[in-house]
Write a protein that binds this ligand. Structure first.
Ligand code: C2O
Length: 349
């Protein structure tokens, strides 16, 4: 019997960074003017945000994301909605900057555990709403990088345009489009033909989403409770394609594969949020596929999972406490996914 993990901004301190990390060397959020408020679901009358795949969303849709990132980058660094602070959110939750309340010797680390899907859902939920607020567009929705379907298996072009706010110079130059992604990339090029790589990627998707994820306990990752050591074990999708796509994107010539290839800096690349929108979509996809199978739970009912909570600044720059319970229904969060099929369902190896 453990307890839910509850983060507290007063328990944020020095991150444990890898050797030769690039600045900044700290990543805790700005202190709030007052206590965090509990999350409230958006009003049901809000426009539904429809997240679209970057490869088919079209120039206007992508230009909006571009403008949103430019606006975030233009905010002062002290503003919790600035791109600088939004990128730091990832660092704070992944480098031991946050310590467990009551267990200062133990870090909060949301990877390699059952927090992986819900934490990132909450993170990009607030990111998307901040973007919408800055744009003055309450229906703004993130593009997702649909690297699981053949047409999406490249870095989407706007991210590769060196004059775009979506560009990040700290990426693998060999992986600029039209290079196809390798969903189990591990530092080495496979030298497959495009057709071989596509079939290979589709089989990986089938393996990780279907074969290796028959139940909630296998899909989400291992329980992580207050008082326990971090990284108890990742679900299959977190290991690959999630981690592998981080490494595939980052610059292998840098000591820690910055930016995307290492926790502390991954959020500094604007493609991070499109990558995680796809991960979040795959969570929904898994639930939809698995809901046909009555033998299995789609979520954990353990209160240690449901009541675990994280802190984020919202679009009004108010600090909000959000629990996993709060993020389990995307209809209630007022967003949805559109525009792409599930071709890997037919790719049973
Ligand atoms: Cu928090 Cu994609 O990593």
């Amino acid at each position: 019997g453990g307890k839910p993990i509850v983060t507290d901004i007063l328990h944020c301190g020095k991150p444990t960074l890898p050797a030769n990390a690039l600045p900044p060397y700290q990543c805790c959020p700005p202190m709030p003017a007052s206590e965090p408020v509990d999350f409230r679901l958006p009003d049901p009358s809000e426009p539904l945000r429809t997240r679209r795949p970057a490869h088919v969303a079209g120039a206007d849709y992508m230009a909006k994301y571009e403008r949103a990132i430019a606006l975030m980058k233009a905010l002062p660094r002290s503003d919790p909605r600035s791109f600088y602070q939004q990128a730091n959110v990832h660092c704070a939750y992944c480098t031991g900057a946050y310590r467990q309340v009551g267990h200062p010797e133990l870090p909060v680390q949301i990877h390699f555990s059952w927090f992986f899907f819900p934490f990132h859902r909450a993170y990009i939920y607030f990111f998307e709403r901040i973007a919408g607020k800055l744009l003055g567009d309450p229906g703004f929705a993130l593009p997702f990088w649909s690297w699981d379907v053949p047409e999406g298996m490249r870095l989407p072009l706007p991210f590769a345009n060196a004059s775009s706010p979506l560009y990040d110079p700290l990426r693998n130059p060999r992986h600029a489009p039209p290079k196809l992604v390798d969903l189990d990339f591990s530092w080495r090029e496979k030298n497959y033909t495009d057709e071989q790589q596509i079939q290979y990627n589709l089989r990986i998707m089938y393996n990780q989403m279907i074969t290796n994820s028959p139940s909630a306990s296998l899909f989400y990752g291992q329980p992580f409770r207050a008082g326990e050591a971090d990284k108890p074990g990742a679900g299959p999708v977190e290991i690959y394609p999630h981690n592998t796509m981080h490494i595939w994107t980052g610059d292998l010539s840098l000591p820690n594969v910055e930016n995307m290839g290492v926790y502390y800096s991954a959020g500094r690349d604007p493609v991070f949020y499109a990558h995680h929108a796809n991960i979040d979509r795959l969570w929904e996809t898994w639930r939809n596929i698995t809901s046909g199978d009555q033998r299995h739970d789609l979520v954990f009912t353990d209160p240690d999972w449901l009541d675990s909570s994280f802190l984020f600044y919202d679009e009004e720059a108010h600090l909000v406490r959000i629990t996993i319970r709060d993020v389990l229904n995307i209809d209630k969060l007022r967003y949805t996914y559109d525009g792409v099929g599930i071709p890997w369902l037919n790719a049973r190896p």
